[in-house]
Unconditional design. Structure first.
Length: 169
């Protein structure tokens, strides 16, 4: 199974502020949906809380340390709970997943970085106040397979660069 991280970060590697994205970029959300639909999304409980629902067309696996955690929300048929990243990956693999997407937050990204095969990165060309950060990327460990730059427009306040990275062998 391919393990992919999907993340948007600012120029300082910031990915969140007080549990939420510090930007609203419809083009990035469209890309996220296109890449992840039909797949398993693995996330920490705080990330799940910030989304607040199961995203349509995807199965969410929430990682929590709380053994009493039982989410009661609509769409819970497409919701699984794991108590470690390893368990979450096993759930996805047992379901026949060929590419699982890890979507955050910061602690989960730190745990997943050594295991990742791919990174789908949105670089937001801004420096925003953040309290959660993406791990440093070793440029020698990753090769850029694709890179697309998008200018800011009336719906997307910041210019962005979309990259698909693959771990070098």
């Amino acid at each position: 199974m391919i393990i992919s991280l999907i993340v948007a970060m600012d120029e300082n590697r910031g990915i969140g502020k007080a549990g939420y994205l510090p930007w609203h970029l419809p083009a990035d959300l469209k890309r996220f949906k296109s890449l992840t639909t039909g797949h398993h999304l693995i996330m920490g409980r705080k990330t799940f809380d910030s989304i607040g629902r199961v995203l349509p067309g995807r199965t969410s696996i929430i990682i929590t340390r709380n053994p009493a955690f039982l989410p009661t929300i609509p769409g819970s048929a497409h919701l699984k709970v794991a108590y470690s990243l390893g368990e979450a990956l096993s759930i996805a693999e047992a379901a026949g997943e060929h590419e699982a997407f890890i979507i955050g937050g910061g602690e989960i990204f730190n745990q997943a970085m050594p295991l990742a095969d791919r990174i789908y990165l949105t670089l937001v060309h801004a420096q925003l106040p953040c309290d959660t950060f993406f791990p440093e990327l070793d440029p020698l460990a990753w090769q850029i397979l694709e890179e697309i730059t998008q200018a800011a427009d009336d719906r997307n306040i910041y210019p962005t660069t979309y990259q698909a990275l693959e771990r070098r062998s």
